[in-house]
Design a protein. Structure first.
Length: 87
């Protein structure tokens, strides 16, 4: 699988494409790429806008929680449950 990464630079908004075969990367390389992309995205997090449907989903989940249709757990318990289910 090939992906193109677009890098916009300068005021002229010139675009540089980098072609990358993600399927050929090792797991460590994929994780490193993901961390690098996340770091770049999070530097400009004030420019990121969630799509409208995110708000709807969050509101629906909050309503379900308040109505007692779903329950929550603390983060440590959630991590234990996740680890148990993926091991």
């Amino acid at each position: 699988m090939w992906y193109s990464i677009v890098d916009r630079r300068g005021k002229d908004n010139a675009v540089e494409r980098v072609h990358l075969s993600v399927s050929r990367l090792s797991l460590a390389q994929k994780l490193d790429l993901m961390e690098t992309l996340w770091a770049a995205l999070s530097r400009d997090d004030n420019k990121l806008e969630s799509p409208a449907w995110h708000k709807t989903v969050l509101e629906d989940r909050e309503d379900a929680f308040k109505a007692g249709r779903v329950s929550g757990s603390d983060w440590e318990e959630a991590k234990k449950r996740i680890r148990k289910n993926v091991s």
